[in-house]
Design a protein around this ligand. Structure first.
Ligand code: MF3
Ligand code: CO
Length: 256
C-alpha cells in the first residue's frame, strides 16, 4: 500500500530529512584523502546521534537467506562500487576517488534517505561528468513529481536523460516510497514508460535515487553479500533525495 502522510507525519518526515542532510554536510566537510570509510561511518553515526536520530541502515535485515544484517551506519561505495559498500578500517579514500555515501536517518519513527557522490581532490573530467549527470538525472526526474502525474513519468525522465548522456542506469535496484519504513511501496525504477504506474498524490513521500554507470549496466555482488560493483569495472555514481508530493512542485526534504 502506498501511504499518504498526514500533516503531522510530514513534519516528522521533514525533521528526519533535515538530520539526513546535516549528516551529509558533516561528511562533505570531513572527507579527504587518507580518511577511512570506517571513520566516515563513525562521523555519520555521531552526527545522527547529536540530532536525535539513529541509522536505519545499521542492522537492517533484507530478509534474504544467507545475507547478514547490514553491519554499518552508512553505505560507502568508491569508484566502481555502485551501492551498499560496507565501511571498513582498511578502506582508505584516495585523491581522485568518487565516493558515494548513502544514509538513512531515523528520528521519532520516520526515515530520511539521501545519497551523494563526493569528489575527492583531483577527479578526472570523465568522473566529474558522471557525477554531475547522476545528480541532474534526479532533477530531470522530479520535474514530473507532481500531483496527477504517473510514477512512470519520473522513471522515464531519469532513464532517457541518462541514456542521452551516454551512460547506463542500474536496473536491479530502484527508488522507493519512504516513511515509517525505509522501504515502502511503490518501487521507483530509474527507467520505464511514461504514462504508466500509480498516480502521484499530495502527501506521498518518495526516495528518488538514480544509480548511474559510466559503461555497461551490468552489476555484480561481492562475496560480502552487500557490495555491488560494476561488471566492466567502470565508474558508478548515486544521487538520492527524499521528496514530498504537494499540490504544486515537490519539496525536497533532504536538502538544507
Ligand atoms: N539507503 C539505501 C536506499 O537508498 C538502502 C540501503 S540498504 C542497507 O534505499 F542495508 F544498507 F540499509
Ligand atoms: Co533509498
Amino acid at each position: 500500500m502506498v501511504t499518504i502522510k498526514s500533516k503531522k507525519e510530514i513534519e516528522l518526515m521533514k525533521e528526519a530529512g533535515r538530520v539526513t542532510a546535516l549528516t551529509h554536510k558533516a561528511l562533505e566537510e570531513a572527507i579527504k584523502p587518507g580518511i577511512t570509510t570506517a571513520e566516515l561511518d563513525k562521523i555519520a553515526e555521531q552526527t545522527m546521534k547529536k540530532y536525535g536520530a539513529v541509522s536505519a541502515e545499521k542492522g537492517y535485515d533484507p530478509g534474504i537467506r544467507g545475507v547478514p544484517p547490514y553491519p554499518a551506519s552508512t553505505c560507502i561505495s568508491i569508484n566502481d562500487e555502485v551501492i551498499h559498500g560496507v565501511p571498513s578500517k582498511r578502506r582508505v579514500v584516495k585523491d581522485g576517488d568518487i565516493v558515494s555515501i548513502d544514509l538513512v536517518a531515523l528520528k521519532n519513527g520516520y526515515n530520511g534517505d539521501a545519497a551523494r557522490t563526493l569528489m575527492v581532490g583531483n577527479v578526472s573530467k570523465e568522473a566529474r561528468r558522471l557525477v554531475e549527470v547522476t545528480r541532474q538525472a534526479f532533477f530531470e526526474g522530479i520535474k514530473y513529481a507532481r500531483k496527477g502525474n504517473r510514477l512512470g513519468d519520473i522513471s522515464h525522465a531519469i532513464g532517457e536523460y541518462v541514456k542521452s548522456q551516454g551512460y547506463s542506469v542500474v536496473r536491479e535496484f530502484e527508488g522507493h516510497g519512504i516513511g515509517k519504513d525505509m522501504h515502502e511501496e511503490p518501487g521507483i525504477p530509474n527507467y520505464g514508460k511514461a504514462g504508466r504506474g500509480i498516480r502521484l498524490e499530495p502527501g506521498m513521500t518518495l526516495a528518488i535515487e538514480p544509480m548511474v554507470i559510466q559503461g555497461k549496466p551490468n552489476i555484480l555482488e561481492l562475496d560480502d553479500g552487500w557490495t555491488i560493483v560494476t561488471e566492466d569495472g567502470s565508474l558508478a555514481a548515486h544521487y538520492e533525495n527524499t521528496i514530498l508530493i504537494t499540490e504544486n512542485a515537490p519539496e525536497i526534504l533532504t536538502i538544507l
